[in-house]
Design a protein around this ligand. Structure first.
Ligand code: 4NP
Length: 150
């Protein structure tokens, strides 16, 4: 049985592409399928933000071939786990849920960590350092998720 994990943020160009790439780098692709999406459609079809591509590359992860897509209600059926980056993403995703079963699939990514902060901040309007912070937060969570899924 393959576990399907969806990473979700607002734009699907900064945080969730990193989360997709980082988790993929830690799991067996035959056992875990990972994808990402955004709740907004501003950047559909675009590659990740160059700053996310750069911080991933710096950590030997290639996310440059990813393409932005919008979250859809079909994703509740297609995925077992839906990880969101912040409370706003959580509310946006939950507003599209059709059942309690759908709602149960949605979790804050950092709820998997022992960190006090439970939200991955939106780095879009930040300097490059923001992307390093985001990378480290997501990496911490993905370590825990990968261990659970093995
Ligand atoms: P993300 O960041 O949700 O981590 O992909 C953002 C990317 C784009 C925008 C906002 C946040 N935007 O407003 O275009």
């Amino acid at each position: 049985m393959i576990t399907k994990v969806l990473m979700v943020c607002l734009g699907n160009i900064c945080r969730s592409p990193l989360a997709e790439g980082i988790l993929k780098s830690k799991v067996n692709p035959k056992k875990v399928f990972v994808d990402s999406a955004g709740t907004a459609g501003y950047h559909v079809g675009n590659k990740p933000d160059p700053r996310s591509i750069a911080v991933a590359k710096h950590n030997n992860i290639d996310i440059s071939q990813q393409s932005c897509r919008k979250f859809s209600t079909a994703d509740f059926k297609d995925f077992d786990l839906i990880y969101v980056m912040d409370n706003s993403n959580y509310n946006n995703v939950i507003s599209l849920a059709k059942s309690d079963e759908d709602i149960k699939k949605v979790k804050l990514l950092l709820s998997e960590t022992k960190l006090e902060t439970k939200e991955v901040p939106d780095p879009y309007y930040d300097a490059d350092e923001g992307f390093t912070t985001v990378f480290n937060l997501i990496n911490n969570a993905c370590d825990h998720i990968a261990k659970k899924l093995i």
